[in-house]
Structure formats: structure tokens, C-alpha cells
Write a protein that binds this ligand. Sequence first.
Ligand code: UDX
Ligand code: ADP
Length: 459
Amino acid sequence: MDAPSIRSICCIGAGYVGGPTMAVVADRCPHIQVTVVDLNAERIGAWNSADLSMLPIYEPGLDEVVGRARGRNLHFTTSVEGAIAAADMVFISVNTPTKTHGVGAGQASDLKWIEASARVLAKAATGHTIVVEKSTLPVRTAQAVKSILEAGPAGKSFSVLSNPEFLAEGTAIRDLENPDRVLIGGESREAIEALAGIYGQWVAPEKILRTNLWSSELSKLTANAFLAQRISSINSIAALCEATGADVREVANAIGADSRIGPKFLKAGPGFGGSCFQKDILNLVYLCRYYGLEDVASYWEQVVTLNSWQQHRISRLVVNRLFGTISGKRIAVLGFAFKADTNDTRESPAIQVCKDLLEEGAMLAIVDPKVREGQIAIDLGKPAGQGEANWQLLGSVEAAAEGADALVLLTEWEQFGQINWPAVVSVMRKPAWLFDSRAKADGAAARAAGLNVWTLGEG
Ligand code: UDX
Ligand code: ADP
């Protein structure tokens, strides 16, 4: 049997994965109607806003792609059931955060949004529907989705595929348009080929990998675990460099020249953030424990332990260098997003570092070109305000530096590489410090302007 031709796609979840992915599918497949649905009416409103700078997600190039396809064959709506009923293929792209309570709390993924999506699918789908898991999921989730679909009303049928997304935020459009590989796991050959046919519109055939369902699900967790492990490894070496007089960037360069190691993902920093790495490793740890593989579980758990150690290490270091106390001192925090070129703050190392500094009584002056004040308030668990042990969001490094004892650089935004050091240093209280956890600032210029400079990984 030939692969069914897909004319109408629905995607449940208009977030960081669903939104950009469907925008690129619609852009590359003008013959397919793509409808992205979400229960969050405010988010859908933002996706539909006439002003493309108001999209709910900041991604370089996203506005152009949405601008080309929206209204033509790309639609955003809260009418979940209608869009599912009309679709030949439904992507599930909802959030799967780590459980905060109950069995597996702190490790297992909370699948309640996946379950809700499967239930609405079972109810609203018509005829035969191909269901594609896009969210990162624990292994064997497809089985749970299938069971719910099969228990639904009679007269409909489903094929379930796993198609994990490997895009990184900040480069989502580039990653989607030119992926290293596309992974499709499933049992039904026709369903796999139908999805491969969509990607085949713009991805070379040899880059489309086909596996069984469980290999596909596990590959996503494993890829993220390996990537995160590289970061914890280089961060651990950064601490050793500081202690011994080596320079972690020279070490990274030297080891990265070995083609077996490779140069990518060897930047030491304040620790990894983002919605995936920690969640996926914890998922892997949970899975290993579930299958009785205690040593394997603790091996991977250590990657996360080292990551939080790194975050606390930075705040402890700031306190130590500022004579053991930062109570009542003003500290400028440069960057709050978990990395540059995104407004996403999920698991951002800045959250833990800022919480530690607030706990020590500091007054934080935060600068970030994309993160909004309301998001920082949620992340820090308190609104912006005046007075001691509080925080505020400022529009420029100069404004944040006013009267500050230190600048702590946490996100590698391009503009932090181009600071006018004499102007900044002139408004700070002396002796003044720059703590650069990303080696982004021009340390020599900052020193020349009179700052004490600490750069992560530099002995
Ligand atoms: C990651 C994976 O890269 C992607 O394939 C998967 O689909 C989702 O998770 P993302 O979290 O968006 O993507 O960003 P990524 O660029 O991987 O960075 C993750 C974190 O690691 C960031 O906090 C980043 O600052 C940090 N990082 C990355 C480093 O500290 N050093 C590096 O060398 C690379
Ligand atoms: P990700 O980074 O995985 O894309 P996000 O949290 O950015 O995660 O996006 C997930 C989106 O899925 C959210 O906008 C949320 O409102 C939406 N969502 C969750 N459950 C459902 C559901 N049952 N129906 C429709 N949308 C949902």
C-alpha cells in the first residue's frame, strides 16, 4: 500500500517546539493545511498578532517564516476538536515537565498533558489518523497513547509514530530547515512513509532515519544526555583549570581538535539550562531505576549534580570575592535567558545564581534584551521592587552598573561583548568586579578600565 497523502495537519501545543516546527512545515509544504491549536488563548492570540514582533516566542527568522505562511496554509486557533477532526495527521507537542509531586516526583515526566491530548484525540478524530509524538517523552509513552486511543469510540483508527524534535532554541529555524537528521519511529510502514514524505519536501532522503518506536523515544533522551554530559565534563575541568593555572578554552580547543571528540559543545559556562537537558537526564535516571539499573542511574545522575554544583559555585565565588558579604550590595546581573537569542528562561542557571545572591541579601539589577519582567518575577518567586534583597529589570548595562559592586555575566548575549567599559566602570562603586561565567566580555578592556575580572575556567 502507498503512503497516504497528507492534506491536513493539526498540531496540539503552540509552544517552543510546536510553533516553529509547524511554521517551517507549512512554509515548505504549501499544499498542506497546517493548524496549530492550544488551550492558552493568550498564546494563540500572540501567534495571530498582526505585528510579527509580538509572536509569543523569540527565534531569529521565525517572523519571516510565519509571515509567509500564516493565513495561507498556517493557522493558529483554540478550536482544538475542530482542527483534530479535519486532520489526517496530528502532532502532539505539549509540555512534559518533571513531576513536582507524587510517584517519581523530581525525576519522572508529568504526562498529564500528553494524556489529555490523547483523550481529546480519541474523541474528536475522524477516519484514520496518524498521531505523531513530538514532545520529548519517556520510553514506551507511545504505548500509553495507543491504549487511550484504542479505548475511544469505535469507527476510527490510529497509527502512532515517534518523531522527536532535535531543534535547539535560538537556532530553531536553521535546525528545522537543515536538520542533521530526522528520526521517525513506528510500526506502520505506511504511516512512517507518510511522515517521511512531508520531511522529504526539504530534507535529503539519507538524513531521514527510520527505527522502531522505542529506539526513537530512547534516542532523544540519549542524545540530550550525551550533550549535557559534555557540558558537565568541561565545566568540571573549568574548575580544575582555575585551581591549576590552565585555561579551559585552550584545553577545549586542544581536545576538540581530536576528530573523535570534536569541537562542538565544549564551552564552559554557568551550567546548562533549557527545558530539555535536566528533564531528559532525570527521565533516564528514573527509567534506569525502574528497570533495576542502579549503577547506570547514578552514573547519569551525576551529570545533573555537577550542573547544580556549578551554579552554586558561581554565587559562592561572588560572595567570597566581595569580602564575604553581599548584604545590601548592588549587583548587576547580565543576562537571564538560559542562553543567548531566546526569551526562554526555563531552568536558566541565572535563576539559581540570582536566588543565591538574593538569599545573601544582595540587591540585583538585571539586564536582558528579551526576557520580560513578569517572567523573572515568576522564576524568582517574587515581584520586582525596591529596597534590600530585591531585584529590578533595567534597560542597559550602564543603568544596571550604577552604584554596583559587581557585574555577573550569565548569558552570552552579543551586546555583552561590546560594553563601553570606561563608561560602565565610572558609575560603579570601587573596588568593582566583573564575574564573567561565559568568557563573553572583553576582559582585557574591562581590566584596563579598572575592574577586577574573574573569568570562568581561567587560572
Ligand atoms: C537542547 C538540544 O541541543 C536540542 O537538540 C534538544 O532538542 C533540546 O535541548 P536547547 O536546550 O534549546 O537544545 O539549547 P542548547 O544549545 O543545546 O543549550 C543547552 C544549554 O547548554 C544552554 O544553557 C547552553 O548555554 C548550555 N551550553 C551549550 C553550554 O554551557 N556549553 C556548550 O558548549 C553548549
Ligand atoms: P515545548 O517547549 O515542549 O514546546 P511549551 O510549554 O512551550 O513546551 O508548549 C507547550 C504548549 O502546549 C503550551 O502552550 C500549552 O498550553 C499547550 N498544551 C498543553 N496541553 C494542551 C492540550 N491538552 N491541548 C492543547 N494545548 C495544550
